[in-house]
Design a binder for this molecule. Structure first.
Ligand code: ADP
Ligand code: MG
Length: 352
């Protein structure tokens, strides 16, 4: 079911955790709320769930306004980071909990629990207690418990945040598959850009209680809307310069400028968008190799440029071997693609 939030402002005292946030989540999508700690992700999720009431704005589920509806009336499933399971109940009893309190017939509950145990691949562990499970298994129980009453939407707050890297990666794939099976409208909070890029249909990037960008993973990665988005999504080299008219100069480099306004600007260039070579070409930077790190199949080369200082270039190790460049060598770096932003951006009319 579609979720829509309009002009949500949520203040705690003087402080606005959400400042005029509007967002629409299409039915059946898996959407990530991505942003640094304190950007308002949990608050937005809690406003949708009915755990917080905003000072201004409205929330809709499908066509119904639910801004002031009770938590129970919303029919929302919730999964928290800290796998809040009932420690004295077995896995099956935990999953059945939401159905038992709704006074459903025992046979129906049993059938539903069995189905969900299968879905989250825990059929063999039905009679275990939470304390006898791994972190990843506990989170799967929490998810099955949230799904049991057949919620209209599923909200997950950093569901894998407390797990180690390998289990996290497994659960990501698993959540994506589960979503592909169930197609339940889902919103999950994460501060991990890789997790959002890998799992979500759509990413909402938040900073300081405001939406910076909404788009598919490739859109936000390839066409970041602001300096904040590119820095948060993996970072980039920064070239300082100036834009005027339809172009910008960044030291010896000239780049096209399609935005509005003139003035001091920065060009952001990701490590793998800089190409390393030996022969001078037009529109290139003359650099010195300062350091080479080989990490698996990738080489990370730190180069030095007189105007721009240290730049990091990432390329396949095989390519570096072909170039046969070592520390102290002179080389040429060319920019494949860059994102240019004014230091003092004009107010963006595209964002409401
Ligand atoms: P995130 O989930 O992105 O880390 P939150 O939504 O939890 O961020 O919090 C956003 C901001 O609102 C933070 O600065 C946080 O300290 C503040 N905040 C959240 N909940 C409360 C509260 N109940 N009382 C006061 N401040 C709060
Ligand atoms: Mg949070």
């Amino acid at each position: 079911m579609k979720i829509r939030a309009e002009h949500i402002t949520k203040e705690f005292g003087e402080f606005a955790a959400l400042a005029d946030v509007s967002i629409e989540i299409p039915s059946g999508e898996l959407v990530a709320l991505l942003g640094p700690s304190g950007s308002g992700k949990t608050t937005l999720l809690r406003v949708i769930a009915g755990l917080e009431v905003p000072q201004r704005g409205r929330v809709f589920l499908g066509d119904d306004e639910i801004t002031h509806a009770t938590i129970q009336a919303r029919g929302i499933g919730f999964v928290f980071q800290d796998y809040a399971l009932f420690e004295h109940l077995t896995v099956a009893e935990n999953i059945a909990f939401g159905l038992s309190v709704r006074k459903q017939p025992a046979a129906k509950i049993e059938l539903r629990v069995r189905e969900l145990l299968g879905r989250v691949q825990l059929s063999e562990l039905a009679t275990r207690l939470p304390s006898e499970l791994s972190g990843g298994q506990r989170q799967r129980v929490a998810l099955a418990r949230a799904l049991a009453p057949d919620p209209k939407v599923l909200l997950l707050d950093e569901p894998f945040g407390a797990l180690d890297a390998r289990v996290r990666a497994e659960l990501r794939t698993w959540l994506r598959r589960l979503h592909d099976d169930l197609h339940i409208t889902s919103v999950f909070v994460t501060h991990d850009q890789e997790e959002a890029l890998e799992v979500a249909d759509r990413i909402v990037v938040l900073d300081h209680g405001k939406i910076e960008q909404v788009g598919s993973p490739t859109e936000v990665f390839d066409r970041p809307a602001s300096a904040f988005v590119i820095e948060f999504l993996g970072g980039a080299n920064v070239l300082r310069g100036e834009v005027r008219g339809d172009r910008g100069s960044f030291g010896e480099l000239v780049l096209p400028w399609t935005g509005r306004g003139d003035g001091p600007a920065r060009a952001f260039v990701r490590g793998h968008d800089l190409e390393l070579g030996r022969d001078a070409v037009a529109q290139s930077l003359s650099v010195t190799i300062q350091d080479v790190r080989e990490i698996g199949i990738t080489a990370r080369v730190v180069v030095f440029h007189l105007d721009h200082g240290e730049l990091v270039i990432e390329l396949p190790r095989r390519r570096l071997a072909e170039l046969a460049l070592v520390r102290g060598d002179r080389a040429i770096a060319t920019v494949r693609t860059a994102s240019v932003f004014l230091d003092n951006p004009l107010p963006n009319q595209a964002l409401s």
